[in-house]
Design a protein around this ligand. Structure first.
Ligand code: FAD
Ligand code: NAP
Length: 315
């Protein structure tokens, strides 16, 4: 049954940016409504140890996000399990449609839809997704006990995924297109010391191959970026960890974006080009993309929303 819900501020997204905005907006008595989206808790729910969240030497990503949700709820943020499908920004109050059929009517909106894994874009990658091809080691690593695994990428995610997968795999090969990683040095040290991991530099994935019936990965073909030489790497699991792209579907036609789709905000601010619409976290951040920076921007967005609503009350 379609229904409608009015609020002063609608927060779209339940990662560190969304929940932090929820805490600050609730404590400012704005009675925020936060819509969680398809991934309640955001990206940190698909990782294990987080070692750079201040105050926790080590914390499991899903635990941290549960605590953030509980905190937001405890101070009065209404957390709703729903997905926003479209927003009409033409006039205030803004009207957001959702998957459940509920229409959210909001005086201000904080967008905190974060980012999602990028894929290589190969037809064979698409074919074997869910049948040996994955972008989430914590979700799928368990299926590859005692098997060989290939991971592609050279950032923090690729190195963390490769290390995590050594808990299950007999061997993990990290394939990277250059000869140096952009991952943090502490993670690189762990990677190079791990006897189950080998690295293949200067190679790109050109094909995933496998069996048809049942559908399953048997290996990947890789090509040397300089010589062009092609070789096969047998594996049962292939993990893609080549970065993340902003989840900008709701706004890409109405808000300016840059650097591959990140929403542009005013300098030193979370304000977008639409008055009353603020954007925080990985959706706007092509540089840092950390939990703590996302949380910081969530705080900024709530404080700026509070100021905006105070200045525009009755308008
Ligand atoms: P996200 O966490 O991406 O959350 C986005 C939210 O938006 C989700 O809840 C989603 O459901 C919601 N959403 C999207 N679309 C809609 C919609 N249409 N309607 C409603 N809701 C919607 N950072 C660190 O600081 N330390 C780490 O150790 C670390 N480890 C990581 C490990 C992995 C495997 C990955 C992928 C990332 C890691 N990061 C880490 C980065 C960190 O997770 C992100 O910087 C952070 O989660 C971004 O927070 P966010 O709130 O902007 O968005
Ligand atoms: P990233 O830092 O953008 O790195 C992406 C990697 O994939 C790069 O090494 C890149 O190669 C490679 N790559 C990109 N496109 C490719 C393609 N088409 N084919 C082959 N390789 C490709 O992404 P990320 O590792 O997912 O990290 C995203 C953000 O989350 C970062 O800000 C990161 O710090 C953060 N994060 C933090 C932690 C942590 O703090 N522990 C953990 C995970 C993620 P090049 O190097 O050649 O460009």
């Amino acid at each position: 049954m379609p229904s409608s819900q009015s609020c002063k501020v609608l927060i779209v997204g339940s990662g560190p940016a969304g929940y932090t905005a929820g805490v600050y907006a609730a404590r400012a008595m704005l009675e925020p409504v936060l819509v969680q989206g398809i991934q309640p808790g955001g990206q940190l729910t698909i990782t294990t140890e987080v070692e750079n969240w201040p105050g926790d030497t080590e914390v499991q990503g899903p635990d941290l996000m549960q605590r953030m949700e509980a905190h937001a709820k405890a101070v009065g943020c209404e957390v709703v399990n729903d997905i926003i499908t479209a927003i009409n920004f033409d006039q205030r109050p803004f009207v957001a449609q959702s998957d459940s059929g509920t229409e959210y009517i909001a005086d201000a909106i904080i967008l905190a839809t974060g980012a999602r894994a990028k894929w290589l874009g190969l037809a064979s990658e698409e074919k074997f997704k869910g049948f040996g091809v994955s972008a989430c080691a914590t979700c799928d690593g368990f299926f590859y006990r005692g098997q060989e695994i290939v991971v592609v990428g050279g950032g923090n995610t690729a190195v963390e995924e490769a290390l995590f997968l050594t808990n299950f795999a007999s061997k993990v090969t990290l394939v990277h297109r250059r000869d140096s990683l952009r991952a943090e040095k502490i993670l690189q040290d762990r990677l190079f010391k791990n006897p189950k991991v080998s690295t293949l530099w200067h190679h790109e994935i050109i094909e995933v191959y496998g069996t048809e019936n049942p559908l399953g990965v048997e290996g990947v073909k890789v090509r040397h970026t300089e010589t062009g030489a092609v070789q096969s790497l047998p594996c049962k699991g292939f993990f893609v960890a080549i970065g993340h792209a902003p989840a900008n579907e709701l706004v890409k036609d109405v808000l300016p974006t840059h650097m591959g789709g990140y929403v542009v905000t005013k300098p030193d601010s979370t304000a977008t080009t639409i008055p009353g619409v603020f954007a925080a976290g990985d959706l706007t951040d092509h540089i840092y993309r950390q939990a703590v920076t996302s949380a910081g921007m969530g705080c900024m967005a709530a404080l700026e929303t509070e100021r905006f609503l105070a200045e525009h009350s009755g308008s």
